[in-house]
Design a protein around this ligand. Structure first.
Ligand SMILES: CCCCCCCCCCCCCCCC(=O)SCCNC(=O)CCNC(=O)[C@H](O)C(C)(C)COP(=O)(O)OP(=O)(O)OC[C@H]1O[C@@H](n2cnc3c(N)ncnc32)[C@H](O)[C@@H]1OP(=O)(O)O
Length: 230
């Protein structure tokens, strides 16, 4: 195969992957709309019965070819940090708000709006959801600092309730690195009043020893290598 042919083939692979990622994000959007509408609905009972039947029919073909616990999604790039089904940030996750994170002058900044599916106390976010968002924010700050680790501890202080249907602004940054331990802090506020902290968190992330990483993630890393080679 000539270089040009090979170049075209690689381009086609990239286009195919791009198209798949867009399709996954579009399916994620549709599923999030479904979850929000199904949570907010006051439609007649007969409509709920019909909807359940239609949703089961739509789900069946997706279940015909599925991956197992140790297989990454074909459209993911684990080493490049692409995780389309991450339950907090993944564009393909039905469950994710999704939270969007970027870096602004060394600070990790996240944005999202929570719908009724995330309700705890009436009209406000469930406390576990706030902790989940902050775990991801802190984990991101720790990863981009070049010292990735797993959450060993996450302390959250709930100062004010987090309103639903309100654009939120989250922040996170690394506070200290001591050997394998990285401490990070973060906050949740509304986008309109970023100075009024609603929830704050401090987390300790622990870098894995090589033998620990192999024990915990060996089967996933092995499968990933096999699928790249094949
Ligand atoms: C650059 C590219 C960017 C791309 C951008 C990608 C962004 C990508 C964002 C991902 C963001 C994901 C964010 C979610 C992250 C999860 O959700 S991780 C999942 C939840 N966490 C877990 O499941 C962890 C479960 N726990 C464990 O596996 C083990 O307990 C741990 C945490 C690995 C530690 O085990 P260990 O290594 O045996 O612990 P050990 O040797 O006893 O302790 C090591 C050190 O850590 C300390 N330590 C251990 N546990 C704790 C604790 N609970 N509290 C305080 N200190 C502790 C020890 O005191 C010790 O300190 P030193 O004595 O060395 O000073």
């Amino acid at each position: 195969m000539s270089d040009i042919d090979n170049g075209r083939r690689l381009r086609a692979v990239d286009d195919g992957l791009l198209r798949r990622r867009e399709a996954i994000a579009d399916l994620g959007d549709a599923l999030r709309l479904l979850i929000e509408n199904a949570t907010a609905t006051e439609a007649p009972t007969e409509e709920l019965i019909r909807a359940a039947e239609r949703i089961r029919r739509a789900a069946a073909p997706l279940g015909e070819r599925v991956r197992g616990r140790f297989e990454s999604a074909a459209a993911d790039d684990l080493l490049g940090g692409v995780r389309l089904y991450n339950p907090v940030t993944g564009a393909g996750s039905a469950f994710a708000p999704p939270l969007e994170i970027s870096r602004e002058d060394g600070l990790a900044v996240g944005t999202c709006t929570l719908g009724l599916a995330f309700e705890g106390p009436p009209s406000y976010a469930h406390g576990g959801v706030s902790a989940m968002l902050l775990d991801q924010m802190l984990g991101y700050a720790v990863s981009v600092s070049g010292h990735p680790g797993m959450t060993g501890r996450l302390d959250t202080a709930y100062r004010r309730p987090v309103p639903l249907h309100t654009p939120l602004r989250l922040t996170a940054e690394v506070a200290a690195i001591e050997g394998r331990r990285v401490t990070a802090t973060g906050t949740i506020a509304t986008a309109d009043e970023p100075g009024e902290v609603l929830v704050e968190a401090t987390g300790v992330f622990v870098a894995l020893r090589a033998e620990q990483a192999q024990r915990l993630f060996g089967p996933v890393i092995g499968r990933n290598r096999e699928s790249r080679a094949g």
